[in-house]
Design a protein around this ligand. Structure first.
Ligand code: URA
Length: 436
């Protein structure tokens, strides 16, 4: 088999043989594929799609491109996870993993970095000094035993194929493809060897899949692929038009996560955590969904989820004192050098805040990557000062832009200024979700 022939076959819209897909993934993981060849292959898949058989083989070869995890038999029914297709200000995983651990479940969460305008769970956690996302299998097991959750990344030994393809998709405009997203997400979940999974499929202008029809197709593809792997799976479609919570950008989001774990989170974020936690408790414990939501909420108010988060930080290499101070609110992550308030253009009610504009401005200032080798600037981001539905006066800041360079390019400032709509008509729905 020759790599250029495999690319050509997909370019010409033919179905690849299982052995061709397996060969491509093996060679890629060995480092024997040029970045341009990977880019070309991703683009060929993007435009010409994949048959169900190709997708199944791709998921299987990605899952087994490294080791898969294994757990003691007695944990079997407790192993759960959630995954989102990506949003702006989406820090649900950082709150939900410790909340589920506090309910006695085991959450071996393998996450990703930022993709395009969306933030990545791993980039957020790396804003905490010392946090290690590359855990050995022994460290993962210890963490699940002692804490009940960890949040780690794909590594050289855990779904390495997704580590490589994920980074390449981020910089080749091949993220918003149903089959590639399904293979990326489900290969990680299959390698975790979990029993139950809830998928948060984002829909809206700041989601990769912008309309309900596409989002339903993604959800269907994800749920079918996960169930094929023997994982008891459900999905919710949730709106992704305005940012989740009040913080966008890695350090700012971590600080908001801690507030949420201290029982003081923004209502839309708490709602998303409760919805997904309730569904998982329903799947594994057959608990009434509303009862499950209540249990999750309790862990945010009684300190149990915060305590799991703090222990997870320590297990993942954060200094014990720093973890304690961060969780007690004594220590704040470093702020960006400059904070520029963004004034409201009018007096009235905030009708809209465009999450796509917020995500792209924050990404362009350093919260995301344009090239694989780009460093993330953790403190860069946007702090919202109002929510949709709230009243605001002309000139009153609706957001603070946190940036490291003294000046901000005028096109970015204009984009951000245009991200808010102020008017007279109330329009207050923050999260709408549909279980499918
Ligand atoms: N999350 C992933 O892990 N992969 C995707 O492709 C999108 C979101």
């Amino acid at each position: 088999i020759r790599i250029p022939d495999v690319i050509q076959k997909k370019r010409d819209k033919c179905e690849l043989e299982p052995e061709e897909i397996r060969f491509f993934i093996r060679e890629m993981v060995k480092g024997c594929i040029e970045p341009v060849q990977l880019g070309a292959m991703l683009m060929a898949w993007y435009f010409n799609g994949m048959s169900p058989k190709e997708l199944t083989v791709l998921i299987d070869s990605m899952t087994h491109s490294g080791e898969t995890l294994s757990w003691p038999e007695e944990w079997k029914t407790l192993l759960v996870d959630k995954h989102s297709t990506g949003g702006v200000g989406d820090k649900v995983s950082l709150v939900l993993a410790p909340a589920l651990a506090a309910c006695g479940l085991k959450v071996p969460m393998v996450s990703g970095r930022g993709l395009s305008f969306t933030g990545g769970t791993l980039d957020k956690l790396e804003a905490i000094p010392g946090f290690n996302v590359s855990l050995s299998n022994d460290q993962m097991r210890e963490c699940l035993k002692d804490v009940g959750c960890f949040i780690a990344g794909q590594t050289k030994s855990l779904v390495p194929a997704d580590r490589i393809m994920y980074a390449a998709r981020d910089v080749t405009a091949t993220v918003d493809n149903i089959s590639l997203a399904t293979a990326s997400i489900i290969s990680k979940k299959a390698a975790e060897k979990i029993s139950a999974l809830v998928l948060d499929v984002k829909v809206g202008r700041a989601a990769f899949f912008k309309n309900l029809n596409d989002a339903r197709l993604v959800a269907k593809s994800l749920v079918e692929a996960a169930r094929d792997q023997g994982i008891n799976t459900t999905a919710v479609l949730t709106t992704m038009d305005t940012p989740i919570g009040m913080a966008i950008g890695n350090s700012l989001e971590v600080m908001e996560v801690i507030e949420t774990l201290r029982g003081k989170g923004p209502p839309d974020l708490v709602e998303l955590v409760k919805i997904q936690g309730g569904l998982l408790l329903n799947l594994v414990r057959r608990m009434d969904v509303l009862k499950g939501q209540q249990l999750i909420e309790e862990t945010l108010h009684n300190g149990a989820a915060l305590s799991c988060f703090e222990k997870m930080l320590v297990h993942q290499n954060v200094d014990m004192q720093l973890a304690a101070d961060l969780c007690s609110g004594k220590y704040q992550l470093a702020k960006a050098k400059y904070i520029t308030p963004i004034p409201s253009p009018l007096s009235g009610r905030v009708l809209d805040i465009d999450a796509l504009a917020c995500g792209s401005v924050s990404g362009a200032l350093g919260a995301a990557r344009a090239r694989e080798s780009d460093e993330i600037l953790p403190a860069v981001g946007i702090e919202l000062l109002v929510t949709v539905g709230q009243s605001i006066a002309q000139g009153q800041p609706w957001a603070n832009l946190h940036h490291e360079g003294q000046s901000v390019a005028s096109d970015l400032l204009i984009k951000l200024k245009n991200a808010v709509v102020v008017g007279d008509v109330p329009n207050p729905t923050l999260v709408s979700s549909t279980r499918i």
